[in-house]
Design a protein around this ligand. Structure first.
Ligand code: CA
Length: 155
């Protein structure tokens, strides 16, 4: 005759072991995922800057000057209007995705405004421009030279 007592639940030790493993995995996920997300945000912002540099070069070829900046503090609205004018008959050098813009401001992967300056101040090349993201911390204390900032002059 077979006994029905073969069925049993987890022992307390087994339960604690499982809970311990779940805590270890959760800790790993919580530390690794944000790191991966930041890496992808950095890559995405670098890619956007690269696309903008190509578009700015094409604009330069047509106009023999880089897009001018006006009184707007970050200059980025001026850049957006030059590269993707609202006038449908004007030449467009880039097509922004709507999630890359807030109004006429071009956003980095953290949702902060990029900064564009013409004339630039960060290279010795005359007639150059500055273009940067303030990076993951959302601020720049050194006009684009903080360690986490992403700019067009130190890549
Ligand atoms: Ca920064």
């Amino acid at each position: 005759m077979t006994s029905q007592t073969g069925k049993r639940g987890f022992t307390l030790i087994e339960l604690l072991a499982v809970i311990g493993i779940i805590i270890i995995i959760a800790g790993f996920v919580l530390t690794v995922i944000p790191g991966l997300q930041e890496k992808s945000q950095i890559k995405g912002t670098e890619a956007l800057l690269g696309q903008l540099e190509i578009a700015i070069d094409q604009y330069y070829n047509d106009n023999r000057s880089y897009p001018a900046t006006g009184i707007e503090p970050t200059g980025i609205e001026d850049l957006k209007k030059a590269l993707e004018p609202s006038d449908p008959t004007a030449k467009r050098y880039i097509e922004f995705n709507r999630d890359e813009l807030k109004g006429n401001n071009i956003l980095d992967e953290w949702g902060n405004y990029l900064v564009y300056r013409n004339p630039g101040t960060q290279t010795s090349t005359t007639g150059s421009y500055d273009l940067y993201s303030v990076g993951s911390d959302g601020v720049s204390n050194t006009f684009g030279n903080d360690a986490d900032d992403i700019n067009n002059w130190s890549q």
